[in-house]
Design a protein. Structure first.
Ligand code: MG
Length: 182
């Protein structure tokens, strides 16, 4: 089994970092529970380009990016007992080096690091199982026979689950589900 594991929103709390920088720059606080849209930056009157710059800035401060869960290393290790775990991440190229440093710092072990440029879709890269928080990927994969374990976040709460799009609240739950399938 090949498992494609997302970084932002699943392993790394990028949104937390974005909220922090946004507060520093504008003095305005965003409550994460209010981020109920994937393209929430539109609500903040940001252009896509401004948002991408903010992403890059957030990952320049990679040492401050918090993990989503405390026991990441262990959870990913458990996943790798079930299948081959690749990091599957879509992001600006300028952030890759810092993301790799972050993964190393948090002892996240993986087989390979697959980068998906912003203009592509992760669905174009074949995995048996994707662990991801993207509502867009949920839409794309729902039409396939591949499985998405949708990592629950406020911005995907409205995604309809189905046979191959299953909501998980933690990596532990993802491990359990995959173990049950085997
Ligand atoms: Mg993500």
């Amino acid at each position: 089994m090949r498992i494609g594991l997302d970084v932002d929103g699943v392993l790394a709390d990028l949104v937390g970092m974005i909220i922090k920088i946004y507060r520093e720059e504008t003095g305005l606080s965003i409550d994460r529970s209010h981020i109920t849209e994937w393209e929430f930056w539109k609500k903040l009157s940001m252009t896509r380009q401004q948002f991408i710059s903010l992403l890059i800035k957030a990952w320049e401060r990679w040492e401050e990016v918090e993990p989503v869960e405390d026991d990441l290393a262990e959870d990913v290790e458990d996943l790798s007992k079930i299948g081959r775990v690749d990091i599957l991440t879509q992001r600006p190229a300028a952030t890759i080096v810092n993301v790799k440093k972050w993964l190393k710092r948090h002892n996240v072990r993986y087989s390979s690091f697959t980068w998906v440029p912003l203009k592509m879709s992760k669905a174009d890269i074949f995995y048996d199982v994707y662990i991801d928080d993207s509502p867009r990927l949920a839409e794309k994969l729902s039409l396939t026979d591949r499985t998405l374990l949708l990592y629950e976040q406020p911005w995907n709460i409205n995604v309809k689950t189905r046979k191959n799009v299953i909501r998980v609240k933690s990596l532990d739950e993802a491990v359990q589900l995959l173990n049950d399938v085997l």
